[in-house]
Ligand binder design. Structure first.
Ligand SMILES: [Zn+2]
Ligand SMILES: [Zn+2]
Length: 407
């Protein structure tokens, strides 16, 4: 479920409707694009005019794919939930249908004085959401559990307190009665501090051209000076990339993070090591003993089973790089940040392995240090329904790419 957000365009003042996971505001009125720069997005639900004091209660919203590794293989589940970020029992445990029934706003900094402080960290919220979604029918503890593509945001629910009565700020309906003589919200404390959403113009820092992006893009491309950029704090920093040229004209380039890794706890350095340990049925070429192993992770969001399949196929296939830095004419937007790709290395190893017994028991003790991570645009042939990578025979249904944008 993708929640909707209203945000004013800083250029023309028009009110633009966004999805909660959008990273770029693409104004339909003035055509100007801005990058939504914030650490954890904070949203508010609109409130009625209620009696007494207005307060906002934080709920943590967790969305993403959770992967659990067991001896037999990797299981996955999509998680989409909200959890109360405060242990106040008088308040509902979740927001229910409220956020789906209305459009949220990015929380304005002026609201900080009415926002209660959450007592659950982002990490704890993710762990709780994972526990809610046990991915197995039994209570087996997974050997490894990873979240990929997770987005954690805060949604503030408005409420009013008047004496010891608490009212739902969205509907105005009575919600609870506080214990006599005790203001439980004073005990919780206020968030305070400054929080601000920064809107950065999507303009190439190198040549000043408009950057190419879609609303879900986390990497923006300049086709004028052939550079790629990502938001780091309140500025744009360069992203290293290469493009493998297409053979025909009908190609669409898909972005992948190519990771070179230093492993601890398992002896994988070269491609030959990887093939031997995983037992992938490929004849090891002598030069593979020297070729450094690289992992390929989709740099776009897609359903978990497809994500793992593509990653394992490309990692086992190992297309040679091109070293060419040329922004492709047509490409799928990069919507998965580099940091997320790093978390997927052990999952790709576990999925690619034919000999699961060689890999799975070792997973908890394997350490992964990313030596180099850069974007690779790979050409796919578009046959109308599917995109096909002809060298490695990877096929991706176009509809699943479209649906992935809502994850
Ligand atoms: Zn505008
Ligand atoms: Zn440029």
């Amino acid at each position: 479920m993708q929640l909707r957000v209203l945000q004013q365009c800083p250029q023309c003042g028009g009110e633009v409707e966004l999805a909660e996971t959008d990273r770029v505001l693409n104004c339909p009125f003035c055509g100007v694009r801005h990058i939504l720069a914030c650490d954890t997005p904070r949203f508010t639900l609109p409130h009625v005019n209620g009696p007494g004091r207005l307060l906002h209660v934080p709920y943590l919203r967790c969305k993403g794919s959770i992967f659990s590794c067991h001896l037999q293989g990797v299981e996955h589940r999509i998680v989409d939930t909200t959890l109360k970020a405060l242990p106040l029992t008088v308040l509902p445990a979740t927001l229910g249908y409220r956020p789906q029934a209305m459009k949220m706003h990015y929380a304005a900094k002026e609201l900080a004085a009415t926002c209660l402080k959450g007592s659950i960290s982002k990490t704890e919220a993710i762990a709780r959401a994972a526990a809610l979604h046990r991915t197995t029918s039994t209570d087996r503890r997974p050997l490894l559990q990873e979240w990929i593509g997770e987005s954690v945001s805060l949604i503030y629910m408005p409420l009013f307190t008047n004496g010891n009565r608490v009212y739902d700020g969205v509907t105005g309906a009575p919600l609870a009665t506080m214990p006599e003589g005790r203001d439980i919200f004073n005990d919780a404390g206020l968030q305070g501090g400054a929080w601000q959403l920064n809107l950065l113009p999507a303009i190439c820092p190198h040549c000043g051209w408009d950057l190419r992006c879609r609303q879900e893009s986390v990497v923006l491309l300049c086709a004028n000076c052939d550079t790629a950029w990502q938001q780091t704090g309140d500025r744009l920093t360069g992203v290293e990339y290469e493009t493998v040229p297409a053979k025909g004209d009908d190609a669409v380039h898909l972005p992948f993070w190519r990771l070179e890794v230093d492993f601890g706890g398992i002896a994988i350095q070269s491609l030959a090591d990887f093939i031997r340990l995983t037992n992938i049925p490929r004849a090891i070429q002598p030069e593979w003993e020297k070729r450094r192993m690289a992992f390929y992770c989709p740099a776009f969001k897609i359903r978990p089973q497809i994500f793992l399949r593509i990653a394992a196929q490309l990692t086992s296939g190992q297309l040679p790089g091109s070293g060419e830095c040329h922004i492709p004419a047509e490409s799928v937007a990069v919507s998965l940040p580099a940091a997320e790709a790093g978390e997927s290395v052990k999952l790709i190893l576990a999925t690619a392995a034919i000999a699961k017994r060689n890999i799975m028991p070792k997973l908890p003790d394997i350490s992964v240090a990313i030596r180099r991570n850069h974007l690779v645009f790979l050409p796919f042939f578009d046959n109308g329904y599917e995109l096909c990578q002809e060298e490695i025979k990877v096929v991706i249904n176009k509809q699943s790419l479209e649906l992935g944008k809502n994850l």
